[in-house]
Ligand binder design. Sequence first.
Ligand SMILES: [Zn+2]
Length: 156
Amino acid sequence: MRTGIPPAATYCMAVVFGGLGIYMLLRRHGPNLVIGVRLPWTLADRHIWDKSWRLGAMFLVGMGIGALISWTFFFIAAAHLIILGILYPVLLYRLKYGTLRFWKDQGWADYRPVVRCEHCGHWQKLGDAADLDGCTCEACGAICRRPRKFWPPWAG
Ligand SMILES: [Zn+2]
């Protein structure tokens, strides 16, 4: 395909992005400063972090393959990575906790979730994501929030 880009640059891009994507599919890191979708909503919930990681990895592989096919594919994959990479964890978080609120303790990554009671609307700070299980509302005493299922196969 004629793109006007030297083939060497194409292969470099494919190797860099595809390689990073494959690496991310094979290995998974916990929240860190260097790599991953670093948003308050992913840092507050390890499960959402992992899912965003996997989604990001798939789009990086897509960018690698896209670079070999055409730059149009490459930029479509890149745009998806950026837009969905942010929207996806935000949506997951909203579905899981009923709010986009979070709270932060000391340190760069010490974001913690907040759950919104689905009965009375009370916002409640959680120590971490695991506290959502069996959480009862401080205001009305009901179960904070029942778990929601999310449709994509990688959502688990
Ligand atoms: Zn309540």
